[in-house]
Structure formats: structure tokens, C-alpha cells
Design a protein around this ligand. Sequence first.
Ligand code: ATP
Length: 545
Amino acid sequence: MSNETPLLRLEGVTKDFSGTVVLENVSFDLAAGEILGLVGENGAGKTTLMSILFGMPVIRETGGYGGKILVDGKEVSFSSPFDALDAGIGMVHQEFSLIPGFTAVENIMLNREISKPGIISDVFGPRMRTLDRKTMKDRAQSAISRLGIEIDPEMKISEMPIGHKQFTEIAREIDRERVRILVLDEPTAVLTESEAEILLAAVKKLAQTGIAVIFISHRLHEIVNICDRVLTLRDGKSVRDIPASQTTIEDIAVSMVGREVNTAARREAGRSFGEPILSVDRLWVDMPGEIVRNASFEVRQGEIFGIGGLAGQGKIGIPNGIMSLYPAGGSVMFKGKPLPLGNPRVPLLEGLAFVSEDRRGVGLLLDETLEWNIAFTAMQTQGRFLKSWLGGLFTQRDEKAMKELADEYIKMLEIKCTGSFQAAKELSGGNQQKVCLAKAFCLGPDLLFVSEPTRGIDIGAKSIVLDVLRRVNRDQGTTIVMVSSELEELRSICDRVAIVSNGEIAGILDPESSQADFALYMAGIRHEQSGKENPGNTALEGRTP
Ligand SMILES: Nc1ncnc2c1ncn2[C@@H]1O[C@H](COP(=O)(O)OP(=O)(O)OP(=O)(O)O)[C@@H](O)[C@H]1O
């Protein structure tokens, strides 16, 4: 720490949850205009540290914290996020906090609405002033423009693609006139590579205007690209704080986990597959922010089939439509039989399972224990974990079996928790993601859709998750369809990769195909147009509308 008074100083911050220490003596300084990268494994304590800084109620409700926070050299103690906002600290959380039925303008200007006088307010006083929608729109538009992106300010949040929601959240924070410190907790986790690049450029621009940024990300290349300094947390302790220019991605990964990390997991060679288990023909799905209008493809029994593509082009809509979470149509054949669309129970009963990209929205029962979360769907759809008495007159939950199963998955996926009784909401984001996977594995499906399975997962945990997916595929014969924005991840595990563009399958490629081929399909240029071979495609190749 230098002798100059920093904009922000944390001194010996400590936190425990019911006696379990999750932060121990964490200290750092942050100067105006500086970007500090905060890295650490899932559960290392990053979000908790930022919750303390932002005065989140959960910290007070769980006994407060130890140590000091100083802004401009003066000790502060925030009892709510409003105090933090008053002190010029803005935070964009891992999960969205936008109001879905409101437009981007209404969300950006929430609680800072601008009103104008009129005849009625002249008579009845300032309480009767009306909203000055034009000025509000201009201000929201200017915050959006500062980020260097285009979003329709009048679009409702519920109708936006996920990337635009993220930009709206950030625009809301930078619209605050007094924001001096901005905390971004995994802001690019939901973005595509190109959107992430725009966001990174915007963050750099903000820092140049003097805003200090704390940037949390598991995408380590982003950390080395935009941060001035990198602070590593490991098991709640700050283990390293160095200039970004003096470190590399590999070096950061080692500092996070304290050992070498093997990220080069490759798929196995010489795999063989059965008949098509899933045939999708002219699928359309009505999901906000996604276009699926004419998707046709086949997945073979035992295969790991990847679906990639840019944000909003339809890759996420496909599993959401087949699982009947959104209105969908077209023809879906599963295990040789038509799969009716429209009732979300049907695919589960037929042997399909889905790990959604939206882990908080549809993935987890946040107030319930891990045991309950993991076993719940299997209990509901397969009647498992229930004991019957008197010929079925009474049924009771089989707590012992639920616990055994949860313990098995906690071990297999290395879920960081205090035990199977812990509530899901108390887990770090990455560990919640692992619980969603456990819940789907527990159904023992014939075909498992996983959408963005490694989102928000640290570099070490990523290889665990991919490894477990491979194991489930190999040992249990589960066919897997994996949707991901990370092309490299799809190429490292999938047998074939379909690229979706404009709601259709632009092409299906062998994972070894060149980066250029993938890029062509992502740009919506089909193989007939590009004149390229399409080695991975099967009977449905080239089926055009
Ligand atoms: N409300 C809570 N009650 C009990 N334990 C909690 C609570 N919130 C967080 N924890 C625990 O604190 C530890 C740190 O979690 P935190 O969310 O800060 O990790 P993180 O570094 O942000 O991880 P990720 O990268 O997965 O988001 C974890 O072990 C988590 O289970």
C-alpha cells in the first residue's frame, strides 16, 4: 500500500457465516481510474467481499464483518446499498436486478425519474409534476452510448436478449452522477465474445474518465487485457496483489488454485454412436431475445452434440423449446416417437433432462437445502426418494437416500459447501451451477441438454464439470446436447458441433474443423454459399427452408 490516500482502502476485512470463516484479513487499495481484477476459485470469497463493500443486507443479517473500509481516507460503514450509492459506489451483481416489465429507460432511471412542471402541478404543487419522458430517454440513451453499444431504450427488459440486459444494468450504474467506484461481478459471463469485447472497451473508457473499477471475472484473458492490477483470493485470503503487466493467465490460474491447472482436456478419439435418438425438424420457438424458426438436426445415441452460435441467434432457444419451457412448434422425434410440445412435464417423463442457463430463474429452489434441490425433480417425475407404508396409503420422504445421493454428487462435482443441509442460496454462484448439474444427473436421463454448463465456473472447476459430463456420457450412456457460447469448450468435448445462425442450423462441423469454418457459419454463411465441405453433417445437411 502506498502513502498517498487512495480512493478506496480495505484493511484487514474478515467475515464468517455462522463460524465458518470465508474472508480472513483481506486488504487492498484502489486509486481513481484504476481497474483492479479480483480473481479466485468458486467460493473463494469474491462476492462476499464485494457485498461487504456495497452494504448488502445479508452481511448485517449474518453478524456483520471485521476490519475497515476507508473512502478518501475516512472510515465508512454502510448499513445498506443506499449508503454505498451515496458514497459513489455502484455495483453490477452476478444476477440481474432489473424489472422485467419495465423498459430500458425506466430501469436505468429507476428512483432517479425526472419530472417536469405542468398546469396541474402549478396549482396543486410539485407532487403533481409529470415524468419528463423525453429527458429521461435522452439521459438513458447517453448512458447506453457511453458503453458504445446499441440498445432500443424503449424495449421491455423481458423482451431483451440476455446480453442487452447486462448492458442495461451497467448503463444504470454509470448514469448515477456521483459514481466513482464501480464493481462489476462477472459482467461478461452472459455475453458472447464480441459483446464481451465491447464491454471491456467500455470499462476501459470509464476508467479513463477517473472511475475506479473492481472487475471480477473467471475469463482470465479479460483480466490480463484490461486490468491494471490483479488481486487473487484463495480460501478467503488475499494471496497475491500484483500489476497485471507482471503476470500471465497461467500464472493467475496457479495463484488461484495453488497448483498447476490442466485446461487442455480433449475429447476421446474413435468413438462410435447408435441410431438417431433425437430428430428435430423445422423447430420454431417463441422465446424473448432468441430466434428459432427453422432448426433441423439429428443427434445420435451416445453422442455429445454441441450447439454454438452468437447471442440471440437461437442456440439457447432450441433446448428451451424442446423442453416446452417456451411456446414451440415443428416436429421433434425422441427415441423413435413424436415428442409433444407444450407441457414441460412430458419431456421429463420421456427421459429428457435440462440444465438451464438460467440457474436462479428455473434451476434452483434457493431457500431449500442441497439434498432437496438435487432430489426434487426425480421425486416429482419419477416418484423416487419416497417410502410407502400400508400398501401405499402413506408416503414419506426417504431422507437417508436423499442425503446419500447429495453427498455422492457433492464429492463427484467437488461442490464447496458446509454439507448437504446447506441452503442453495448460501452457495457461491459457481457452486450453485454444479448443484443444477447434479439435479439433472440424478434423473438418469437418456438425453441431457446442458445450456452454458460452465458459465461462472472457475478455471479449475471447468475441467471437473466437463470431465463429469464425459463420464456420465461414457459410463451411463447418456446422450448429451451441450449449448455454449464458448466455442473452444464445445470443441474440446463434443463429437460434432452445430452452429446456429438466424434461428437455423447454419452447419454442423467436426470439432477439428478450422476456426475460419466456425466463423463462417457463425456469420450465417451456409456451406452451400461458402462452397466448403461440411464433414460433420449428416442426412439433414443443407436442408433449407
Ligand atoms: N449467505 C450465506 N450464508 C452462508 N454461507 C455463505 C453465504 N454467502 C456465501 N457463503 C459462503 O461464502 C463462501 C464464499 O462465497 P462467495 O459467493 O463470496 O464466493 P465467490 O468467490 O464469489 O465464488 P463464485 O466465483 O462461485 O461466485 C462460500 O463458501 C459460500 O458458500
